[in-house]
Design a protein. Structure first.
Length: 69
């Protein structure tokens, strides 16, 4: 049988905010150079996906027009 740990699932708001602050201190935040790099990757990826959707949508619209006519 697995052992169960007793965890107090209902905490007060003060305890919750303290634990959130403690967890945020453990986060490894990116430096300015990494942040710029990651932002560039996200923007390029979004642009490529948007372009791909536009191409697919245009081709699909032409196909539907051919079927209707």
């Amino acid at each position: 049988m697995a052992t169960q740990t007793s965890v107090n699932k209902r905490q007060g708001p003060v305890k919750y905010m303290k634990s959130v602050r403690m967890e945020l201190k453990k986060v490894n935040w990116p430096n300015r150079g990494e942040l710029k790099s990651y932002t560039g990757v996200v923007l390029v990826t979004c642009a490529l996906v948007a372009f791909g959707i536009w191409v697919f949508d245009s081709a699909f619209a032409q196909f539907i027009k051919m079927l209707i006519n």
